[in-house]
Ligand binder design. Structure first.
Ligand SMILES: [Zn+2]
Length: 478
């Protein structure tokens, strides 16, 4: 671990991010351009996020399954908007076993095509519906400008693909999964998010509506944290998926898809980190408590380690993810700095004096005074202590977002404000895609979302002056 100070967030946020990812041993670049090696500390954050999502998918009636990575090109090309949207990003396998393939194979950029071509065989009658399936896997979308976790050619994610007998059922599913994403972002990752609807220009290729959750990072840039798509009957029509309804008539099935990815490991880093490194929400902290023993002589070591091991076992027994850092090659000061950098929510120091008084010193990653706590009370009080760190991180991120969310009073105020301060900017929009494009070209901001239901802004478009038809929230974004 380097002992140099990290670049400060205020001076150079991208440099801070890169150094934290590297020094906290979260990930590094792979040998192929755009690829990423996820290291154990980063992967453990993802695993905990995965579990939080997967438990909620199961609780809402979904099952996991798995489809192949390779998709015949002709299959991918059946839904026109979908193929047009993804064409620039698709990687294609042309050779296998030393020979040119008769038909090239796409490496999945997403799985609607292969899944809906299969659902054709699985759906015959309204009795077969709904299909509530999710897949955990990886996808490849070719990227020229890459950034670890945020934008890489290959990333890990889950993609839910459901089929329904009616538009209402599919819409209810779409919004239910958006709510699941909000819950995981806010309650697990401690990132406050807005729920909203994308403009036609920002929709998923092939979707009728795309809904999203959007968060704000500590450099005042927005991050799309998850998306849930109402696909209408577009994929059922492209892949000829029909069922006989209760009246015996043939209908096309209604579809949703929804995804949440390893990008959110990056989001967690950027929503909470400070100049000393990561600050991990306890719910996804691979190590929630680090115990650092302090001793000089062998006698001291024996006494300190005895108590430290008892503390570790007591905490582990209550379900806390605890690490007793008994590495002899590093001094305590080095260990404190390492656990601080890696975002461990609670650190404990334990020296001979503490053993004598039967107390330990507890420090929070959020700062504040260190506390002395009786050894007997440590394990029982830890759940509440971790919960308070979780809440404080959320409150901190929420206060930051509130400070950085503005009403647009004029186009000029918005243009200079988003340039100088970043943040979310909310104002009336005419609904015209050309106006949206013009604003984006001038300000480098995009419409992050519209309200879930179209909302009359009661004002003229902030840019073109035509009647406003919806309330748009703008930001510069990752
Ligand atoms: Zn306009």
């Amino acid at each position: 671990m380097s002992t140099n100070k990290l670049p400060s967030q205020a001076d150079d946020f991208p440099a801070w991010y890169n150094e934290v990812v590297k020094r906290a041993e979260l990930a590094e670049h792979g040998p192929a351009k755009g690829s990423m090696i996820i290291k154990p500390h980063g992967y453990a954050i993802w695993e905990l996020t995965q579990r939080a999502l997967d438990d909620r998918f199961k609780a809402t009636g979904h099952e996991n399954l798995y489809f192949p990575l390779l998709i015949p090109m002709s299959l991918l090309q059946q839904e026109a908007d979908h193929v047009e949207g993804f064409a620039p990003q698709v990687a294609v396998v042309t050779h296998g076993g030393g020979e040119k393939l008769e038909e090239p194979l796409a490496i999945r950029p997403t799985s609607e095509a292969i899944i809906w071509s299969t659902y054709k065989r699985w759906i015959q009658s309204y009795r077969d519906l709904p299909l509530l399936y999710n897949q955990w896997g990886n996808v490849v979308r070719w990227e020229m400008r890459t950034r670890l976790f945020l934008r890489t050619s290959e990333f890990l994610w889950q993609e839910g693909h459901t089929a329904h007998a009616s538009a209402d059922d599919a819409m209810a599913e779409t919004l239910q999964m958006l709510e699941v994403y909000r819950e995981v972002a806010e309650d697990v990752l401690a990132i406050p998010v807005f729920k909203g609807r994308k403009t036609p220009g920002e929709r998923f290729p092939g979707a009728v509506e795309t809904y999203c959750i959007e968060g704000l990072m500590r450099d005042a840039k927005a991050l799309q944290c998850g998306t849930s798509h109402f696909l209408g009957q577009n994929f059922a029509k492209a892949y000829d998926v029909t069922f006989s309804n209760a009246d015996g008539e043939q209908e096309h099935a209604w579809a949703t898809s929804w995804g949440f990815s390893t990008r959110m490991v990056g989001g967690t880093i950027m929503a909470h980190g400070d100049d000393a490194g990561l600050r991990l929400p306890p719910a996804v902290a691979p190590i929630q408590v680090a115990i650092v023993p302090i001793h000089r002589s062998d006698d001291e070591r024996a006494a300190v380690m005895g108590l430290a091991e008892k503390l570790r076992a007591d905490l582990a027994a209550t379900g806390v993810r605890v690490r007793l850092d008994d590495r002899s090659q590093h001094r305590p000061g080095y260990k404190f700095a390492e656990w601080e950098l890696k975002g461990v929510p609670v650190r404990m120091e334990l020296g001979p004096r503490d053993v004598a008084s039967d107390r330990v010193v507890i420090a929070s990653r959020l700062g504040g005074d260190k506390e002395e706590v009786a050894v007997a009370d440590v394990a029982a009080g830890m759940a509440a202590r971790l919960a308070s760190v979780q809440e404080a991180l959320y409150a901190d991120a929420l206060a930051y977002r509130e400070t950085n969310t503005h009403e647009i009073t004029s186009f000029e105020a918005f243009a200079s404000g988003v340039e100088e301060q970043g943040g979310f900017w909310i104002g009336a929009w005419c609904g015209d895609g050309a106006c949206e494009t013009e604003i984006s070209a001038t300000t480098k901001a995009t419409i992050r979302f519209l309200p879930i239901e179209p909302t009359d802004p009661g004002a003229a478009c902030m840019h073109c002056g035509k009647p406003g038809v919806d309330v748009a929230t703008w930001a510069r974004a990752y």
